[in-house]
Design a protein. Structure first.
Length: 259
């Protein structure tokens, strides 16, 4: 099982400078193979220390201290192989929260890409089926599913515009160039009360999807939203937004099947 090495940052007051300065930066290391010594910028952590009880403080050969513990799903998830564009966690979190999917839910997503969304949903729901037409995407996604140990995620090489094999599903997420072309497939496969979510990077895509589905009596549009993540630096009473952060990633349109 992979391990995490982590330490807090440390600040000290330097009398000669008349101010506090950072003397140790926060560090985070993901150790894929704890059966071997792990090399860091602060020295080497011996393999015997990597396998100590979670929460143990271990030292590198240069005396730097870290806390060691077993990785969790989100740690492993952040290390999967990714294609250039994926749905980020801030948007995935909203999909899960707004649709309320859980351990009894069945979900479908398309296109698969690197399988990031399918994998994350797989950790939360009963089963996930992901559709993509590109073999290179499917190969990467299957590898990620295997590395995360997910037994409930299936990847299919099929065009979802031409239909969905699964019926009475609770959630369908579309990350496609033309999501409006999958509305017919969604209509046949979603159960009444199920959710359809379209994820698109541009406004014209949103417009075409919303305008198409607005004319379908079997669906009701809930909302279209954009999630902006803004990080902040907080130290004592010095608080300010960070200059970097995730801005626009995509627009989420939430729809529900009503008949």
């Amino acid at each position: 099982m992979p391990k995490i090495l982590i330490r807090k940052g440390k600040r000290e007051y330097i009398k000669e400078l008349g101010k506090e300065v950072t003397v140790a930066k926060p560090r985070y290391y993901y150790v894929l193979d704890p059966t071997k010594d792990y090399h860091t910028a602060e020295g080497i952590v011996a393999k015997k220390d990597l396998n100590k009880k979670d929460g143990t403080i271990v030292k590198t050969n240069t005396g730097k201290e870290f806390v060691v513990f077993a990785s969790g799903f989100v740690d492993d998830y952040r290390k999967i192989k990714r294609l250039p564009q994926i749905i980020p966690l801030k948007d995935i979190g909203l999909i899960v929260a707004e649709t309320g999917v859980g351990k009894q839910s069945r979900a479908v997503d398309a296109g698969t890409g690197s399988g990031a969304l399918a994998c994350f949903l797989g950790y939360h729901v009963k089963e996930v089926t992901s559709y993509d037409i590109k073999k290179e995407h499917i190969d990467i996604a299957k590898k990620n599913v295997k590395e995360l140990g997910l037994k409930n995620v299936k990847i299919k090489n099929k065009n979802i515009y031409q239909g969905i094999d699964e019926k009475d599903i609770d959630l369908l997420v579309l990350d496609l160039p033309e999501p409006w072309n999958a509305i017919g497939s969604a209509e046949k496969s979603l159960k009444v009360g199920g959710f359809l979510v379209s994820y698109s990077p541009t406004i014209p895509q949103v417009m075409d999807f919303v305008n198409t589905i607005a004319n379908n009596k079997n669906f009701i549009i809930i909302k279209t939203v954009e999630v902006i993540e803004r990080k902040w630096d907080v130290y004592q009473r010095k608080v300010r937004p960070k200059s970097e952060g995730i801005g626009h990633s995509g627009f989420l349109t939430f729809v529900r099947k009503i008949s």
